[in-house]
Design a protein around this ligand. Sequence first.
Ligand code: 13P
Ligand code: SF4
Length: 307
Amino acid sequence: MNDNQQNEILHRIEKLRKEKDVVLLAHYYVDGEVQKIADYVGDSFYLAKVATQVTQQNILFCGVKFMGESAKLLNPSKNVIMADDYADCPMAHMITAEKIREVKAKYDDLSVVCYVNSTADAKSESDVCVTSSNALKVVKNIKEKNIFFVPDNNLGRFIAEQLPEKNFIFNDGYCHVHKSINLDAVLEAKKLHPDAVVLTHPECTMDILEISDYVGSTSQIIDYATNSDDKEFIICTEVGVFYELQMKNPKKKFYSALSHQVCQNMKKVTLDKVLEALEKMGPYVELPDEIMEKAANPLFKMLELAK
Ligand code: 13P
Ligand code: SF4
């Protein structure tokens, strides 16, 4: 796409979003050019909170399906439009409502803690949702001793290490993007950049978390690097965060551990698709009525416990 074509698309997006009363929410993993035009950019928790505060009737979501579904569950009267309806998170499908029901039947004193990277169906059988930025705080506030943590095994284990008083039951879900960031690659990056600080998302495996200087959500990683006096960082999460990292810290250096830390689903969201969604005002997020209320409850509980 040449500059003229790009400017034409940006102009049409700008016009339509105003005419049609649309707010654009984007996750840090979508391309920088999409982050640049969004009204709000953030991690999953921030975007869920913002979705409850915006005044526009239409939310255009630049992210993966579970994020759009969360926005809809929290705002049933609003229209939530996905920039790309096929942008989905594979980990969200690594736990089923049926498996949750099976585990619930085995324990009396159990809370089902569901990472927001999950389907609405799984949420509808869960007690509370969490994101990577609030999981520790939320689980600390749960009175039950037994915690069934779904679907992400890595985030679950990271939180369990910090809460020895709880009895965790894990599920074997994972994010293939973060799982691919392996120990050899991070050690090699450390060798190449001995002064760099390692900042890691908790979806990475435990061996990576153990050698990291800081573990946090996408926003927490960005804040940490921005507030730090260090000048070089090895970033163990999806490369979309580099856009905001570099914008906020033009003089600092950021390296990835692998050449390919890319979530292909997030990258399905392009400016063309944003324009198409605005033109069509669709596809909408639609969920069955019987799921809507049940799946919204754990999200509202998360907002309450994470305050
Ligand atoms: P954050 O909530 O940290 O933005 O993470 C979302 C995600 O999908 C991580 O892979
Ligand atoms: Fe899902 Fe991983 Fe992509 Fe995050 S990076 S949306 S967990 S596949």
